[in-house]
Every structure is written in C-alpha cells, then in structure tokens.
Design a binder for this molecule. Sequence first.
Ligand code: XMP
Length: 311
Amino acid sequence: PELAQAFIDEQVAAIREQVGDKKVLLALSGGVDSSVVAALLIKAIGKNLVCVHVNHGLMRKGESEQVIDVFQNQMDANLVYVDATDRFLDLLAGVDEPETKRKIIGGEFIRVFEEEARKVDDEVDFLAQGTIYPDILESQDGVKAHHNVGGLPDDLQFDLVEPVKLLFKDEVRVVGRELGLPESMVERQPFPGPGLGVRCLGAITRDRLEALREADAIVREEMEAANVGAWQYFAVVPDMRATGVRDGERAYEWPAIIRAINTVDVMTAEVPELDWALLKRMTDRITHEVPGICRVAYDLTPKPVGTVEWE
Ligand code: XMP
C-alpha cells in the first residue's frame, strides 16, 4: 500500500506535468486497466478527463450500470455514456460466423468512439490508455499488435497518456484498490472485447442474448458465493434448442453451458472439479429463473483441445 501510494503520487504529478490544463480522452470499458487509469486521471486532473463508456449491448449484467455508479455518481467524473446497443445488434443480425462477428463488433466500437472523439476534438489533446507492461512485451515479441483503441483515423491523433504501462496486472489491482475502486471492479475476471457476443453462439438474437446475460449472472453469483476462485467462469448459450418438460407440458428451449477454467499462461487451461452441490444449484437456478432455458451442461474440455471461449 505504501508503494502503491508512492506510485500514485508520482503518476499524479507526472500526469499534471504532461497535460497541464489540457483535456484528456479515455475509452472506459470498466475493465481493470481502463478503470485504474480513469481513477488516476480523475485524481490528477478531475473533470479535464473525458471518459467515454460505449455500451455495445454485449456487456454482462450490471456492468455499464457499475461504470456509471462508480465514475459518475461516486467519483463525480466527466463521463459520456453511449448506449449503442441498437447499432451493434442491428449490424450483427443474422451474422453467425465467429470471426465476422468479432470484426463487426471491433469495427463498430472504433466508429462509435471516433464519433465521440470528434465531438470533443477541438478541446482535447491527449488520449489515455490502459496499456500495461505485458501488452508492451507481447507487441515486442510480435505475438500481437497491441492497441487498446487502435484504428483511429490519421486526422484524429492524440498524444498518449499511459500511466500504468510499466505495471503488471497484479500491481494495477493494488493501485486500483488504493485509489478506492470497489473490489468487484479491481478483481474483475478477464472479459473479451466482443463480450457476450462470442458467447451467444451463432447469429445473436435479443431474446437469447438476454437469456445468456441472466444465466451468466447466476453463474458468476454462485461461483463467487462458493468462493471457487477460478480464473474465468461464465455461461454460453448455443443457437439450438433442447426438449424439456415444464409444468407437465413439453418445453423446447435453449440449453446453457457453464464454462470455468484455471490457467497460468492462457495458452493452456484446466477445468476445475466443481462441487456437485454448486453445479446442481446453478442448474436449478438457471432452469427456473431464466426464461427460455430448460437445460444446463458443464463443459469439461481443457485447452487444448477446446479454447476458453466457444467462438
Ligand atoms: P481462447 O478462447 O482463445 O481465449 O482460449 C483465451 C482468452 O482470451 C479471451 N478472448 C478474447 N479477448 N477479444 C478479447 O479481448 C477476443 O476476441 C477474445 N477471444 C478470446 C478469452 O476470454 C480468454 O480469457
């Protein structure tokens, strides 16, 4: 905590030195890195930080609400909330190929953010990013080109503010805690950029997406209550139906798949041996509380040969 406080003081001074009384723009997803960068910049320059939260309609239950609650209500930040749900879901309608879905979501995200950036372009000189040290290492290795908000057009360029770029994830969490961010945000499990879009398998429909969001919330709630501590855990809902019986009548509804993994390097992953009572509780709750789901399966596949995500 003392080291974290020293780091915070040092970065606050460095940020003030770098940006003076200019404005800074940040794409705030609500993930650990962008949230910690936001909290640091709010401490350093207050309302001169313009946070943009794009809700692509593929967030988990309560996530966008938490971003608004923490940053707008508690930290009194300058937050632009963009509900772009319809734009994303309209573009995705009927699209079932996973990589095409990813491209559509990624491309539209840049466009929505670009539109917001143009609205404030005259006043803003800097772009803050939640780049962390492993991102830089991976880019150098050529494993992947890392851009948190890559792809902005050439006429829309900013100087970068990257206050946590020398930190590892665990250190970012310590700093976030010291800055007063809630534990649920600081300890948030990794969530892919395309969000629930790659867990609502095949062509996304609004009703099935909603069922997925509810099932996923139950999985997270029960896994957290049972203190399982798995690295990543979530629900998946495929685009097929299964037969069941509900109140004496034939039901024909979606199955939900529970996915949980432990990993050190993400290249390989193991499936935890979940407690039977926990699995039964999740099954019972999902099939009774989520409209449209009549069956639950637990995915036992390690990586390889299964990837973590189903798409
Ligand atoms: P896979 O499915 O490749 O997942 O075994 C490994 C890790 O990467 C995450 N993941 C993504 N993250 N955009 C992201 O930002 C993506 O398109 C994406 N696909 C997978 C996945 O959640 C897991 O942590």
